[in-house]
Design a protein around this ligand. Structure first.
Ligand code: KMT
Ligand code: NI
Length: 179
C-alpha cells in the first residue's frame, strides 16, 4: 500500500494523479484520519488464521467477494461512476484486495484528497462518516473481499451529508488529542 496527496486535475480518474514532487502520506497520517491498514497473504484468504483473528477481534461477521471488471460486474460503468462520487456511509467500509489493484481516495482534515493505492494483500478500513470515493486504476481490474459488522448496509450518501450524526461524530474525532 502506498498513499499520496493528489493533484487537482480532472483528467482520467484511473491515472495516479500524484503531485510533482510526490507528496507521500504515511500510515500514521492515515491512522489520525481513522483509516487503518493490514497486509495479509491473499493467496490463503480462504483459510488464513491472521484474517480470522482480525474478523473475530473486529466483529466482521459478514463477508462477500466482488470482482470489478467489465466482464464480471453487472452495470459496470454505472457502478464505477457511483463509486467515484464523493460519499460517506453510516458504518465502516472494510475492503481486502485479493487480486488486481484499486484506489481509495479519502479527504484529510483540510479536505485535501489522499489517494490510497491498494494491491493484492492490502486490507483497509475507512471510518463511518469519512468522505471518500473509489476507482480502478489503469489495469481496470480488482477483486476484493467486503467485510461488515453484522448485516451489510451498502447505502452511500453523496456529499453534502453534513447533517448526519455520524458525520458530526467523525469530524469531532479529528479534533481529539492525538488526531
Ligand atoms: C464504496 O462504497 O466506496 C465501495 O463499495 C467501493 C467499491 S468495493 C471494492
Ligand atoms: Ni464507500
Amino acid at each position: 500500500m502506498e498513499a499520496w496527496y493528489m493533484d487537482d486535475s480532472e483528467e482520467d480518474q484511473r491515472e495516479p494523479h500524484r503531485l510533482i514532487p510526490n507528496q507521500p502520506v504515511s500510515l500514521d497520517q492515515l491512522k489520525k484520519l481513522g483509516v487503518f491498514h493490514w497486509k495479509l497473504n491473499a493467496d490463503i484468504h480462504e483459510s488464513d488464521p491472521e484474517l480470522e483473528l482480525i474478523r473475530k477481534e473486529q466483529g466482521y461477521s459478514y463477508m462477500d467477494i466482488i470482482s470489478i471488471h467489465k466482464d464480471t460486474l453487472a452495470n459496470y460503468e454505472e457502478k464505477l461512476k457511483m463509486f467515484f462520487e464523493e460519499h460517506l456511509h453510516l458504518d465502516d467500509e472494510i475492503r481486502y484486495v485479493l487480486d488486481g489493484r484499486a484506489y481509495f481516495d479519502v479527504r484529510d482534515k483540510d479536505e485535501r484528497w489522499i489517494r490510497i493505492a491498494m494491491a493484492k494483500g492490502d486490507l483497509i478500513t475507512l471510518p463511518a462518516g469519512i468522505y471518500h470515493r473509489f476507482t480502478l486504476d489503469r489495469t481496470n481490474y480488482t477483486k476484493a473481499m467486503r467485510l461488515f459488522v453484522g448485516e451489510p448496509v451498502w447505502k452511500a450518501y453523496n456529499r453534502p451529508a453534513e447533517d448526519f450524526d455520524i458525520r458530526q461524530k467523525y469530524v469531532a474525532s479529528l479534533q481529539e488529542p492525538g488526531a
